[in-house]
Design a protein around this ligand. Structure first.
Ligand SMILES: [Cu+2]
Length: 116
């Protein structure tokens, strides 16, 4: 008897959930999309790290940095490219040790500030 009641209760719950979703067009319930929507409306998180400049690509506006672990965004140490404005790299060359901060927006890392 108790089991039947539980089954009925969960069916009612599932029904009310789908009714709720239909009432809100544009509100996608599947995980990833919801998370990305949230990140776009919020300000991108900013983290700081330090590392060594491995490459500068003025055409793609990227700087490749071999950086240490960044606990703020759960990154292990790695070498990767960051988007950067050319004027932010004034006076910096490949091989420089730098301290930098970056914003992370849906997997795209953009340099906020960078200095030796
Ligand atoms: Cu990285």
């Amino acid at each position: 008897m108790k089991q039947t009641l539980t089954a009925v209760a969960s069916t009612v719950f599932a029904l009310s959930l789908s009714a709720y979703a239909e009432d809100m067009p544009g509100m996608k319930m599947d995980g990833m999309e919801g998370i990305q929507m949230k990140q776009e409306t919020k300000q991108a998180p900013v983290a700081t790290s330090d590392g060594t400049i491995k490459a500068i690509d003025p055409t793609k506006h990227t700087v490749t940095i071999s950086h240490g672990a960044v606990p703020a965004v759960q990154w292990p140490p790695m070498t990767m490219a960051f988007s950067v404005m050319e004027n932010q790299l004034t006076g910096l060359i490949v091989g420089d040790r730098v301290t930098f901060s970056f914003s992370l927006d849906g997997g795209k890392a953009t340099i906020v500030s960078i200095k030796k």
